[in-house]
Design a protein around this ligand. Structure first.
Ligand code: PLP
Length: 468
């Protein structure tokens, strides 16, 4: 397997290190200034075990749009999940890993023609629809497709609602769509739904599964032979969250409405798999102290504004697009530091670029680091280097057990891993205009470290700015 991105090699941690200690090592190298991520592959593997144990009948098809990094896709392909792709490019990304097209569902109910042709050419036959025009397109350009009707069933509480854009009404629209599919000779094989991303109302899954049963029954009267139920996404994935309640409701509803084991049940989890695997570290590069009058007493209160090197145009686009709420955690608390009301701002010149509005934080200095957990979902794929501030690099780590488990599981291989004591193995990467490069060592770092030559053995996986 070709490795295209060197900085995505998985670093195997020895027994006395973990993701947080690597993050600390990188910071303490003294030359790291850019924001960066640590991605713990073990966290993704654990999520997969949790999903399979909680819902043994459900085959997860990871939603690629949530985080399309090579490491994530390769790890999930190795673990044997399927994939939910929404475009030609996402399909290619997954196929390039060696995944069989039968493991892909093209789960976008409104597809451009060229993307449908591409699915046909590459053998991706399973796809969703929720409107008439999609059926006419399919009849024209991909009559062998296996179609899945997407119905609407919204959770009352969700981080991101999807129902206003996708899903036909199960009662007033689905039967007519199935009639039309029948008359066009199109093969419809099942039902899908998406209750909303970051679902906060587990009971919605029972409503959606019950509605799907009615559509299965109606389809049978038309002579269709439905065999697929697709539960979509919506499962929470942050640190400390649990899918137990949702899994209970799904398992029971499947027993009640779909007892026949011949019906294949799949889901399209995105956030669940990746949210907690990624931790972001940002550096404070500027500080402003202002007085803000207290809303109750009117007295002036000290308020500290911290400017960090990632913001809403970068990773924190999730605040705008994904309605996430992030919590800044100081990597270390300076001795005797007092706590003040504080805000955290991104690096661009846009007033909108605010990461945290109002949070009690111990007083920090320029050069100190703030950590943000649960940053793996709907962050990096959307980030832009607006205003010239780079998108943070990701350093991927795994402990030895995870390495032992994954190293022989296609498409992963021994080549994907860097083994041994991290400090001795890691290198400085130069962020040049052409991208990330690995210089030969030892190198001189004139800007950050006073021209001192840094020896290979004390180097960590750090990134320094371009030298010219
Ligand atoms: C975005 C999306 C998902 C993933 O949703 P999560 O809430 O992240 O699990 C699944 N299916 C479809 C069709 C989507 O658009």
């Amino acid at each position: 397997m070709k490795i295209t991105k060197l900085d995505e090699r998985v670093h195997v941690l020895d027994s006395n290190t973990d993701a947080l200690s690597i993050l600390q090592d990188i910071v303490e190298s003294g030359v790291q200034e850019e924001a960066f991520y640590i991605c713990d592959v073990g966290d993704i593997v654990r999520k997969h075990k949790i999903f399979k144990a909680a819902m043994p009948r459900v085959e997860p098809h990871y939603a690629v749009k949530c985080n399309d990094s090579h490491t994530v896709l390769e790890t999930l392909a190795a673990l044997g999940t399927g994939f939910d792709c929404a475009s030609k490019t996402e399909i290619n990304k997954v196929l390039t890993l060696g995944v069989n097209p039968s493991r892909i569902i093209f789960a976008n109910p409104a597809k451009p023609m060229s993307h449908i042709r591409h699915a046909a050419a590459t053998g991706v036959r399973l796809m969703t629809f929720d409107n008439e025009s999609e059926l006419f397109k399919i009849k024209d350009i991909f009559p062998d497709a296996k179609m899945v009707i997407r119905i609407r069933c919204d959770a009352t509480i969700a981080q991101c609602q999807l129902g206003m854009k996708f899903g036909c009404d199960p009662v007033s629209e689905a039967p007519q769509l199935l009639d039309l599919a029948r008359s066009l000779g199109i093969d419809v094989v099942g039902v899908s739904f998406h209750v909303g991303s970051g679902c906060g109302e587990p009971a919605v899954f029972r409503r959606a599964i019950a509605a799907s049963r009615d559509i299965f029954d109606y389809a049978e009267t038309l002579g269709f032979n439905f065999n697929l139920l697709d539960l979509g996404g919506g499962y929470p994935g942050g640190t400390g969250s649990s899918i137990d309640k949702i899994a209970d409701i799904i398992n029971r509803a499947l027993e009640d409405y779909f007892p026949d084991p011949a019906v294949n049940v799949i889901a399209e989890p995105g956030r669940f798999y990746v949210a907690s695997a990624y931790t972001l570290a940002c550096n404070i590069h500027s500080i402003r102290t202002v007085n803000v009058s207290d809303p109750v007493t009117g007295n002036p209160n000290k308020h500290i504004m911290y400017y960090i090197n990632d913001g809403v145009y970068g990773s924190f686009n999730c605040l705008l697009y994904d309605h996430q709420h992030v919590v800044p955690i100081p990597l270390k608390i300076n001795a005797g530091a007092k706590y003040y009301r504080s805000s955290v701002w991104g690096p661009t010149c846009d007033g909108l670029d605010q990461v945290v509005e109002n949070h009690m934080l111990p007083e920090m200095k320029i050069g100190d680091w703030l950590i943000f957990e649960d940053m793996g979902a709907y962050t990096l794929p959307v980030a832009s280097p607006f205003n010239g501030f780079p998108i943070p690099k990701v350093h991927v780590v795994a402990d030895q057990n995870i390495w032992m488990l994954l190293k022989d599981m296609f498409p992963l291989s021994e080549n994907h891993f860097v083994i041994g004591n991290t400090k001795a193995n890691l290198r400085v990467g130069l962020d040049t205009p052409d991208g990330w490069t690995m210089p030969s060592l030892p190198i001189t770092i004139p800007i950050c470290n006073g021209g001192k030559i840094i020896e290979e053995h004390i180097l960590d996986y750090v990134q320094i700015g371009s030298l010219n």
